[in-house]
Design a protein around this ligand. Sequence first.
Ligand code: COA
Length: 532
Amino acid sequence: MSVIRSGADTGSAEFAANREAMAAKLAELEAEHGKAIAGGGEKYVERHRKRGKLLARERIELLIDEDSPFLELSPLAAWGTNYHVGGSVVTGIGVVEGVECMIVANDPTVKGGASNPSSLKKGLRAAEIAAQNRLPTINLVESGGADLPTQKEIFIPGGATFRNLTTSSAARIPTIALVFGNSTAGGAYLPGMSDYVVMVKERAKVFLGGPPLVKMATGEESDDESLGGAEMHARTSGLADYLAHDEQDAIRIGRGIVKRLNWHKQGPSPKPDYAEPVLDAQDLLGIVPTDLKIPFDPREVIGRIVDGSDFDEFKPLYGTSLVTGWANLHGYPIGVLANAQGVLFSEESQKATQFIQLANQTDTPLLFLHNTTGYMVGKEYEQGGIIKHGAMMINAVSNSKVPHLSVLMGASYGAGHYGMCGRAYGPRFLFAWPSAKSAVMGPAQLAGVLSIVARQAAAGRGQPYDEDADAAMRAMVEQQIEAESLPMFLSGMLYDDGIIDPRDTRTVLGLCLSAIHNGPIRGAEGFGVFRM
Ligand code: COA
């Protein structure tokens, strides 16, 4: 056992200030999450209830096993856009009859549940997670289909929604649609492409074209029920496999379908007994300095999220700006890579490359804890081969086949974001703490670079440089980049799977690891050419 001992001065004024700043950010976050939970607002929620219908989250709550957790994903989708926070759909992983499923529930209180560009991105991300981790999908359908004013952004890419359902089925990952209401036009292919379909009597409406469109197209007089009612689909067209009396009945039938899936996880089981961390997770609120330029020891985090705070550090004396080592989390073995001093040098890059290869040799998932300003720049480092060493690390991360998890704790800048398995490097899940920041570089550095380039260009043209305009430009750019590097903004763009309370990190990662183990865990057989 190598139990991490904390060196954090939890009674210091600095710790208290960090904790206070984090608490303020968490309060802001809660308010934003509240917007997603409020859906379309009181008026639409009230109308929905008056129709005797359950809200999206109530449907989910009834669907999942009693007292089991629901890992909601992308709750802040659309934050910072003109669309409702949450994107008119709720997605997440819930346990149904003991099976972890991807649940996708339209929120009919937001624009009739119509899909806007953020809803689409969120749905596609949920499908990606389901495919990568081999999770059955349950769609809780009640949607006005495409958000018509934004059709240009969603019609063409939105086709993937239906393709994903059938490719999931081909991969023997079941798909289930419980239809509670409207599912028209393109939306009709949600049940159309699913393995199992349940429709609620007198509520489900599934047709390619409603009565007005049919009248326009063929002149035929029709009504909702004969065109796409649940009874019709259950008795005549055969699109519905089950006819439910009401919403609760549909959920009960849905649970029954999952029970009969004969589902087996393909990954190894976790160790049956494991210890909780020795160090207190509450302290995670005070670990990250309010000023991200001040480094912090990631062992203080690792010791608060891994089983028994037990961490076997690998190469502790080499490349000390990156901490690497082995641990268990909720009984699952993991390798951890965590930034310590912010900057990645050649040694850290080589150490990471070796460590990632070792994890692949032993089929061990990897956790990346980000707090990096990127790879070191400067003559000495360029001449020392920082590009090729950084490239080695990025090669290893890219070609590694074991599941990756990423948590942005603090800074995640430049190519450091890539090397530490940022979004584009396909981590199975990526979460951010409220303290995180991510951008091509820091706001001051970026504004400074622009200023130097503009100054040189003016000199080249033989023109005087306007210092006042430069100062104004710098202030404006700094402000813009700062706003764009904040987690809510990035979450709104679907660049993470959610912003989490640091104290929930262990639980969230445990849920993710459990979900990941629905699929096999197998390391890479080979990597690309490493530049030596
Ligand atoms: N695109 C954009 N906005 C839509 C929409 C869509 N597809 N469907 C509904 N909305 C909007 C409505 O304009 C309304 O906006 P408002 O409250 O700001 O005026 C809001 O969502 C609620 O719609 P409403 O019709 O009042 O809700 P409802 O619960 O009574 O009915 C539907 C919901 C989905 C049955 C109905 O809105 C409908 O038939 N929509 C069009 C469905 C369709 O043909 N889609 C084809 C897309 S491929």
